[in-house]
Design a protein around this ligand. Structure first.
Ligand SMILES: Cc1cc2nc3c(=O)[nH]c(=O)nc-3n(C[C@H](O)[C@H](O)[C@H](O)COP(=O)(O)O)c2cc1C
Ligand SMILES: [Mn+2]
Length: 483
């Protein structure tokens, strides 16, 4: 059974010993970050701050900041089970015989049962405030000292494609400017930004409706960060992950729908002409992302539960909670990557690479130049386009073992020959790229080089003792110790 809402998951965490309540008054300005940072680094639990300074609303943080909590949220023993479920659906495509076609039917029906469901009302409508509301009623964090202010860090930002009407949900941070206004930090390559541009092309003087849901069942919350193709509804994916449709309810002041189980909903619009300075913000690179010009969100109405819980997260020097989220996403989507590029054996993104800086890919190399083909494939694959450094290794390198990767990759390269540079889109957060959003990437071909690639010297094998010698010595050893 899927978690009904955020509070049902909190109850589960508490039962599993994965939640710490904090009764003392703690300031959402810097103090909550400092405590959370310490707890996350120590592999500690989710935290419920019951008395944040200046607000009556409790703060939940570090909800998914460990593998165990991620598995509890996914309701699996191991995240690979979710990947296997996805593979099951992908394997259905173009079935061969009649029998295979018939086998597909239940799965298709199952898929259909994950579509979001419109409902008339829900807990997020317990209180509706069209006037006299203020964002400062909520314990919104200022995370780091040089942040430009308080930021909502885990909002599900919902927009509709102005041309197709299709929904998008993305997690884009929102800097609070005043009681009713925030920034809207959808980076230029993200789907919310594309909706904004299309609306502006149609009517530069207009507005685009936006709804923001904060705090829902854990899969719905996670779905906002999924790097899925445009026009594929994140709420459908949430339904797939939780194995139950997400119930959606219509906003009061615009036609968008929001998860009915949300703790807090901000309804409003973005004016297509208005831009404002956003940031700096202590980001998940571990550095401050610079101030930039972004659209502005105007809140027209707040709907919420009677006793809402404010869900948030912090980013900063890795690893933080977002590492666990991103890692789960990587494992869930690996089968999709493998389906498009079957030579891929495994991938890894070490926490220190902050996702977009480093991806290590193991491939079964089959033809000359194969490693380079894979680099370019990665750069063409959705948000993997941002990957600044791609290291391609042979299938017998364990990419999850970073010391093995460093050892074998560095031994395998002649840098001038094996490094390739390419230009392309850069992550907005990359402060080293020559201009914002555009820069270079590096691919490292750390596979064994072949004669067919012009490498005519012999390639040595890795040093290994034969198994029979090992057994013999195991025996000798035992006897030596026994004497
Ligand atoms: C905690 C957290 C904060 C994020 N903040 C932003 C942000 O401010 N702007 C942004 O474009 N992406 C941000 N992201 C990444 C997006 O949520 C992610 O790229 C998502 O796929 C975007 O949705 P879209 O593909 O529908 O555009 C954040 C992710 C996390 C986990
Ligand atoms: Mn999307």
């Amino acid at each position: 059974m899927a978690y009904r809402d955020l509070r049902e998951f909190i109850a589960k965490l508490e039962k599993a010993g994965e939640l710490q309540r904090i009764g003392a008054e703690v300031d959402p300005v810097l103090e909550i970050t400092e405590i959370t940072d310490r707890v996350t680094s120590a592999g500690g639990p989710a935290l419920l701050f019951e008395h944040p300074k200046g607000s009556r609303v409790p703060v939940l943080i570090n909800m998914l900041g460990s593998e165990r909590r991620m598995n509890l949220a996914l309701e699996v023993e191991d995240v690979e089970e979710v990947g296997a479920r996805i593979r099951g659906f992908l394997d259905m495509q173009s079935p061969q015989g009649l029998l295979d076609k018939l086998k597909m039917l239940p799965k298709l029906a199952e898929l259909g049962s994950f579509f979001p469901k419109s409902v008339k009302s829900g807990p997020c409508k317990e209180v509706i405030r069209r006037e006299n509301f203020s964002l400062f009623d909520f314990p919104i964090l200022q995370c780091w000292p040089q942040d430009a202010g308080r930021f909502i860090t885990w909002p599900l930002v919902i927009t509709g494609n102005p041309e197709t009407g299709k929904r998008n949900v993305g997690v884009y941070r929102m800097q609070v400017y005043d009681e009713r206004t925030t920034g809207m930090h959808w980076q230029t390559q993200k789907h919310g930004a594309e909706h904004f541009r299309r609306a502006r092309d149609a009517n530069p003087d207009g507005r685009i409706d936006v709804a923001v849901a904060i705090g829902s069942d854990p899969m719905t919350c996670l779905s906002g960060i999924l790097p899925i193709p445009p026009d594929l509804d994140e709420m459908m994916f949430a339904g797939f992950l939780r194995r139950e449709p997400v119930e959606m309810v219509r906003c009061e002041t615009n036609p968008l729908e929001v998860p009915a189980n949300s703790e807090i909903v901000l309804e409003g619009y973005v004016d297509l002409k208005e831009m404002r300075t956003e940031g700096p913000f202590g980001d998940h690179t571990g550095f401050y992302s610079l101030a930039g010009e972004f659209p502005v969100f105007h809140v027209t109405c707040i709907t919420q539960r009677r006793d809402p819980i404010y869900l948030t997260t912090i980013v900063g020097p890795p690893p933080q909670e977002d590492y666990f989220m991103g890692h789960a996403v990587e494992r869930v989507f690996l089968p999709v990557m493998k389906m498009q590029h079957p030579e891929i054996v495994d991938v890894a993104m070490p926490a220190e690479g902050v996702f977009h800086n480093l991806m290590i890919v193991a491939i079964r190399k089959s033809y000359p130049g194969h490693a380079r083909k894979v680099m370019h494939a990665i750069w063409s694959l959705g948000q993997a386009m941002f990957t600044k450094v791609v290291v391609v290794v042979d299938h017998d390198v364990n990419v999850q073992n970073f010391s093995e990767v460093v050892w074998k990759s560095l031994c395998a390269i002649d840098p001038q020959r094996d490094i390739e540079f390419a230009m392309g889109p850069a992550d907005t957060l990359d402060h080293a790229s020559r201009i914002q959003d555009y820069g270079s990437k590096m691919g490292i071909d750390a596979t064994r080089k072949w004669a067919a690639e012009g490498f005519v010297r012999p390639w040595p094998g890795v040093i290994e003792m034969p198994a029979e010698v090992k057994t013999r010595v195991d025996d000798l050893w035992k006897r030596a110790l026994g004497d």
